[in-house]
Design a protein around this ligand. Sequence first.
Ligand SMILES: Nc1ncnc2c1ncn2[C@@H]1O[C@H](COP(=O)(O)OP(=O)(O)OP(=O)(O)O)[C@@H](O)[C@H]1O
Ligand SMILES: [Mg+2]
Length: 506
Amino acid sequence: MESIQNPANFRKLASRISKKKPILALKAGRSAAGASAASSHTGSLAGADKAANALLGQSGVIREYSLKNLFATAKVFANCPIPKGDRVAIITNSGGPGIMATDAVCEYGMQMAKISDATKDKLRSFLPSAASVKNPIDMIASAPIEHYKQTLETVIADENVDMIMVIYLPFLGLKDIDVAKAVMEIKAQYPQKPVIGVFMTKSEFFTALSDMDVNMPFFMYAEEAADGFNRLNQQRKWIERPEGTIMKYDVDYKRAQEIIAKSINEGREQLTTRESIDVLDAYGIRVCKSGFAKSEDEAVSIADSIGYPVVMKMTSKTTSHKTDVGGVRVNIQSAEQLRAEYQDLIAKLTEKGLLEGLEGVIIQEMVKGSREMVCGIATDPQYGPMMMFGLGGVFIEVMKDVTFRIAPLTDMDAKDMIKSVKAYKLLQGARGTTPAQMEQIEETLLRLSQLVSDFKFIDELDINPLLISEKTGEGIAVDGRIKVRMKEAQEALGYHCENGVCACSF
Ligand SMILES: Nc1ncnc2c1ncn2[C@@H]1O[C@H](COP(=O)(O)OP(=O)(O)OP(=O)(O)O)[C@@H](O)[C@H]1O
Ligand SMILES: [Mg+2]
């Protein structure tokens, strides 16, 4: 495919069909498009291909990246049932390829099956003493056809085994095709378990096979067979995965609408930091304790009520990335320090000519936590709003540990998102940190998804960082950035002019 004309429809249909029949797709055209003019973190990381990738994944479509792999996977699905689990047994007549196959299986996160004692005893009864009956099962190089048959028959009956790879390296006196026929004969008696043959032999063997009726796939290399098992396993997990629901939370829609309308009325596509955080708050997203101040004295009195240490950050109608202009002051310990920082901030902004857009400053509680995540929304011109989650903070563009899903999110999507980033390990509590409240973070993503469903004209949004509190493990939004598409927003909010006064009237 080159593109998906109607993404919503595609998702609906494909996710239903793929539960019954695997869908494989090869999508061409991976270059990013439409990422220009992206002022937010989410925007600059999201290209069209990421959107397509998210959509395919959420629809249960198995994506391949080359024609070669597309055909290989098709061959696997055409000749294998869906396994009951991910425990792989490897039968081989050569140690090295058995080990390589083991590596490939493990690197996909599948398990090496634990062969039962009864199976091992049975294998020992006919295999030579030099053979290894532990998985990978090494019958040694001299294994005759009869051993292939007996070993496969024994292993395939083991309840601890879900999938079997049969490796064959040419041995003097054996005909490749005879070995393959013998293996297929046993396979025919056990149609419920996937078996893949790895025949490290001449290409003539594969030519001969192509004229035959086969009941299992054959490849030249173990890695290809592991790829195949991984695809089967992916399909199994998709079938077993609950469908998930799109949540509807009780939110303060009206308040969010009013905040956005104010920005529209003033002709601003980009909401200020304060407005953005207030919209998040209206949607029940956990934001940090904070207050808005227009003067030094106000700042001090808010800080007194919040309690030190505090953070002071500018909120402006013209400047969105605050750190770049020295607009964020963290860990302020006292009223004196706050006053000094306030004066310094105003002086710096004056110097840079940035005072004009300044609304004031936000005084926030200083959230203790070293883990900074990011959640956001980006809009793809074709696929629409897309959710982002991953490792945040100031190095987000460098680390690129983020994942995308098309909105609206189901609860299952939100769970998947959190688990699919590398930083998941950090959230679980690496190195003695407080384990993050996963469900609360999931809910944050779901509430954001609801926000963009309600206000379809939101073009970009990010919470960076969503700080993981060391005290409670909660994800707390300490920063927010929202941008809308002006024309659409005006239409949706009934913007019109009367007697020279233009305003929204919803
Ligand atoms: N309330 C807070 N508690 C603790 N740390 C904070 C708080 N607010 C900000 N920080 C720290 O300061 C950094 C920058 O703050 P913030 O995200 O508000 O500014 P920014 O200029 O928008 O940054 P960016 O442009 O990179 O998103 C955060 O990544 C975080 O490390
Ligand atoms: Mg930020």
